[in-house]
Design a protein around this ligand. Sequence first.
Ligand SMILES: Cc1cc2nc3c(=O)[nH]c(=O)nc-3n(C[C@H](O)[C@H](O)[C@H](O)COP(=O)(O)OP(=O)(O)OC[C@H]3O[C@@H](n4cnc5c(N)ncnc54)[C@H](O)[C@@H]3O)c2cc1C
Ligand code: FES
Length: 252
Amino acid sequence: MTIETGKIVENTTVGKNVFRLTIELPDIAANAVPGQFCEIKINDTVYPLLRRPFSVSDVEGSFVSFLIEVKGAGTEMLARKKVGEELNVIGPLGRGFNIEDDFETAVIVAGGIGVAPFPFLLKSLSASVEVFSYVGARTKAQIINSELENISIATDDGSSGFHGNVVELLANNIERFNSSKIKIFGCGPIPMLAALKKFSLQNDINCEVSAESNMACGIGLCQGCAIKSAESEGYLLVCKDGPVFNIKEVDF
Ligand SMILES: Cc1cc2nc3c(=O)[nH]c(=O)nc-3n(C[C@H](O)[C@H](O)[C@H](O)COP(=O)(O)OP(=O)(O)OC[C@H]3O[C@@H](n4cnc5c(N)ncnc54)[C@H](O)[C@@H]3O)c2cc1C
Ligand code: FES
């Protein structure tokens, strides 16, 4: 983990209220693995006080990209940053996806801004792995252009692709996978992760997901990001034990 200040080289709109922010961060770029995140300091001013966490979306040479949806004050300020301005970033943080498992088919399941970690994951998978991407959004306007492979779309209102949620679409499509060695990689809102857990357990498919919770320190000190463990009475820290978990570990 390093603290690095780097120049913004890109800030481009890629969807409704979503932008890609690319920063020159050579140390973080050299050390990040897919699924890890960074904490970005929004301003030199006191407000907003806390850094904001974002998944590493892609790494190209010494450049790190983030896909960011505007939610509140911090993300609004980031959206207005200009190329050439500098940002202070801590990373890479947390536990990433395990791509060393024995699988021949990777199934990416993303809801909304949950597409963010997957361009980097895709790039890191072995060329022999077949990839299917399932992308869900509330409406067609909210589908994010995320440069994934072999994309099937689900929208809640049926305005694009399958009419329904992305896990229902995946369940309808399960016979299309050529190999029985499948691994699912998921990221999205909690109800999607809960549905994905049920689906993966019922079908006995290995599944890892990137989870979210509100964060403060980002390094395991404040306990602010705790989520309930499915395997004990205790809690897991999203920033330190995750953000990537085997789906069996978490009580969604
Ligand atoms: C490990 C991790 C990775 C993340 N990766 C991404 C990413 O790649 N792209 C992206 O757009 N967002 C990502 N997020 C969520 C992002 O950090 C929040 O949307 C952001 O911090 C909101 O900051 P804000 O100042 O704009 O909003 P705030 O003013 O802080 O909050 C505005 C609204 O957003 C909600 N919110 C705040 N934090 C979170 C959160 N962590 N998760 C969900 N809702 C939140 C608040 O409850 C509130 O309703 C990630 C979060 C975590 C924990
Ligand atoms: S954010 Fe502080 S312990 Fe996770």
